[in-house]
Design a protein around this ligand. Structure first.
Ligand code: NAD
Ligand code: K
Ligand code: MN
Length: 362
């Protein structure tokens, strides 16, 4: 029997609620499968670890993750520690340390969930946003001088490299090619950002020649927010820079019903290092510790994790279980207008996964 080594890093806030829930779903899946098992190792990194050790994770922490088949992550963000310290000290350290340069964010309207777009059904909104995840606006290049003085100046440089843009474009075109509509929208802002974004556009054109069967267009990032709302069906696969895609994907999640249902994979497509899967939401300080967190974003991330492991059938089983549960409005959490708790939804999804396992065995 195959054994997959999975690292779990709940992190902070509701990450501590949704990651154990995701682990329960994987355990329910493995219990009903004769094909594979999981070996979990939990890492208590995050704000509490920072209070004790002064850092979000140990300096050699990446070494403890290196031999894992995948990482299930929650969120980095603590109400008492500045956000840039929690983010750079944990999540970005892993993403950049393992060169997880492709951040993949599927969005669609799940059964039973009413998004805010009244004219929009499940067939009209089915996107995958590809976010450049290693450089751009979040490259970390910049600095502050003369802090606190009237002449103070600060920069965050959006650094893009030809190699970095080529690899994310190629990844996005390939992904678009694998989807039924073979449609890619390249998000840009080359009217105002006249250096890096112009290179971005040129590289899009260059890489498009490798994929003659993919239909593609360009859209300015500001205009694309309006297009997502006015004409969602005109979009399918979308590629954007680190910052642009960060913003667009929260909008996409809200249009699909809630930030709480949206998943993501931080992928190293070359598989040199483990990839990391997480809900797109953060620590949600306003609801943490109350059992109100919607775990669906984490469960969908578990589906992406299973797909990454090549366990396609198991991934489909979990996705079907999620959809059965979202279709039942009595199992909606408060963000979707319901009254169910994190534990209610988790129990229901685990039950569906187990039942499907029994049907398979019979
Ligand atoms: P957030 O995603 O934590 O919350 C935004 C809003 O969405 C809140 O009202 C929250 O209650 C709601 N929400 C989020 N997830 C939900 C869920 N699963 N179920 C129900 N409601 C949900 O974003 P924020 O408030 O901007 O950030 C809070 C902290 O999280 C900050 O420290 C931030 O830096 C961090 N953060 C971390 C990550 C990450 O680790 N990947 C991502 C985003 C934000
Ligand atoms: K997250
Ligand atoms: Mn974000």
């Amino acid at each position: 029997m195959k054994t997959y080594k999975i690292a779990t890093i709940p992190g902070d806030g509701i990450g501590k609620e949704v990651v154990p829930a995701g682990q329960q779903v994987l355990e329910a899946l493995a219990a009903g499968s004769g094909d594979f098992r999981f070996e979990f190792e939990n890492f208590d990194w995050g704000g509490d670890y920072h209070r004790e050790h002064g850092v979000m994770m140990p300096d050699d922490g990446l070494n403890a993750l290196r031999d894992k088949d995948a990482i299930l992550f929650g969120s980095a963000g603590d109400p008492h520690i500045p956000d840039h310290i929690t983010l750079w000290g944990l999540r970005l350290k892993i993403c950049q340390g393992f060169d997880q340069y492709a951040n993949v964010r599927p969005t669609r309207i799940l059964p039973g969930i009413d998004g805010p777009l009244k004219r929009c059904g499940p067939d009209d909104l089915n996107w995958v946003i590809v976010r450049e995840n290693s450089e751009g606006e979040y490259s970390g290049v910049g600095g502050r001088v003369h802090q606190g003085h009237p002449i103070e100046a600060a920069t965050d440089v959006s650094m893009m490299t030809r190699a970095g843009v080529e690899r994310i474009m190629r990844f996005a075109f390939k992904l678009a090619q694998s989807r039924p509509r073979k449609l890619l929208t390249v998000i840009t802002k080359s009217n105002a950002q006249r250096h890096a974004m112009v290179m971005w556009d040129e590289i899009a054109l260059q890489i498009s020649k490798e994929f003659p069967d993919v239909k593609w267009d360009k859209e300015l990032v500001d205009a694309s927010t309006a297009r997502m709302i006015n004409n969602p069906g005109s979009l399918d696969t979308i590629v954007a820079t680190n910052l642009h895609a960060d913003i667009l994907s929260d909008l996409a999640a809200a249009l699909a019903g809630s930030l709480g249902i949206a998943p993501t994979g931080n992928i190293d497509p070359e598989r040199r290092y483990p990839s990391m899967f997480e809900p797109i939401h953060g620590s949600a300080f306003d609801i943490m510790g109350k059992g109100l967190a919607n775990p669906v974003g984490t469960f969908w991330s578990v589906v992406m994790l299973l797909e990454h492991l090549g366990e396609t059938e198991a991934a489909q089983r979990v996705m079907a279980a999620i959809e059965k549960v979202t279709a039942d409005k009595s199992l909606h959490t408060r963000d979707l207008g319901g009254k169910a708790t994190t534990a209610d939804v988790t129990k229901a999804v685990c039950g569906q996964v187990a039942a499907a396992g029994q049907r398979k065995a019979a």
